[in-house]
Design a protein around this ligand. Sequence first.
Ligand SMILES: [Cu+2]
Length: 117
Amino acid sequence: MRGVFFVFVLLAVMAFVSGCTDYQSPGEIQPPGEIETTEVIMLNYRFLPQDIRVSEGYTVTWTNDDRVAHTVVADAGEFDSGEVQPGETFSYTFEEAGVFSYSCTIHPGMIGSVTVQ
Ligand SMILES: [Cu+2]
């Protein structure tokens, strides 16, 4: 009986794994976790959503819903918000496709990315 149960579990695991593989089809270029939006909030020392995706020409707005000032600074220097105080916003229009990683220069580890396509 134990042998039968083991085979059943093995089949279930295999089905699960192959299901995951199917989910990421070979032509997929969009990494999981990116959310299509132009609105990012800064809250609890995080960018939410952390990784977003927009189309070329779109303007992304970051809103500081935290109690402290944050910055939105591109790793490669494309944009630099300066200090964004609580309740303030910063906007940037992405005219070129690419992946733009950014961070808050005040709080190491507070990072995000914008994928423009
Ligand atoms: Cu910060």
